[in-house]
Write a protein that binds this ligand. Sequence first.
Ligand code: NAD
Length: 353
Amino acid sequence: MNFAGELMALPEEVVPLNDPESGLTGIIVLHSTRLGPAAGGCRLWNYSSATKAAEDAMRLARGMTFKNALAGLPLGGGKAVIRQPDRPFDRDALFRAFGRAIETLDGRYLTAEDVGTTVGDMEIIAHQTRHVAGRKPKPGLPGGDPSPWTARGVFEAMQVAVELHLGASLAGLTVGVQGLGNVGFALCELLHEAGAKLMVAELNSAVAARAAVRFGAHVLTSEALIDARIDVLAPCALGGTIDFVAVGRLRARVICGAANNQLFHDDIGRVLADRGILYAPDYLVNAGGIINVAGEHFGWAQTTVSDGVAAIGPRLREVLGRANDSGLLPLQAAEAVALSRIEAVRGRHVLAA
Ligand code: NAD
């Protein structure tokens, strides 16, 4: 098997999490450490089975390998998934146990926030291990919740996507934002400032109402957002929302959002292209948060992080250019660039070089 093929195969290491005292169950997946520690956030979620949790962690960890390589970071790819205990639990004890598990990996895995986890959780983990980022920021240095950086990167990418595909700027376009959590709400802020009209879908009706008041956003259900007359869809909830049903109904011409694994199946990329819908690869556009995590972990200046996040737009332009020239789908072109960087770089530091 060639190197690229090797990378597509199984993860390097899988670590089950099981601490009966705190109720911690789940999994850490180290997909690749070829470019550096396997880095990727920790998700706390209510999975219906251990298999579902493991499948999610595997897919997310692999995505992190490609995301970190494409962003030019000296990081491999990994992910941790913790199953939400089905009875009341001591959150501090749970994250202390998780921190102890990370410490046994000797720096091969670097964690941070993901869906369901907070800066406070990272502070608890930090009592057990130094291999954690997304902690309270020190003045003038990278750190804290990575979400605003993720939102900024998605915004940079979206500007490029609409310019290339619609020949337009965001002002006056209608963007549908699905999920108004840490990233989605911050993205709405940026889009509103840029003069975009907003349609939003959010399970938490109080948050949706806040967006209606603050941004004049039109609130819909997630289902209705797929059918709505929007120019851009920004999936910012969980993955898999662009499925075989949605792809036939979608009226947006561009998809560009923060959620990981937005396409329910890779084949959907072809259907989107056939329908003339531009799909901005998720792991390219949502790298802002991990760039900030890298900056915190490696002690970079905040300007290095800002420059890295600003480079997401030009990177999308490069990848879409490559896709156009070679007849590849955007996701395939992104994967090819990531793989070539992994083969070429092998542990050297690209972003701050
Ligand atoms: P979050 O948990 O803060 O927000 C998700 C929001 O989506 C919640 O408000 C939830 O109520 C809403 N939601 C869930 N299902 C929905 C549905 N079917 N319809 C409408 N709303 C729904 O998470 P986040 O940190 O904002 O991350 C959002 C997505 O971006 C996730 O997929 C995450 O993996 C991805 N991501 C986040 C970051 C980051 O820096 N936070 C970085 C990269 C990728």
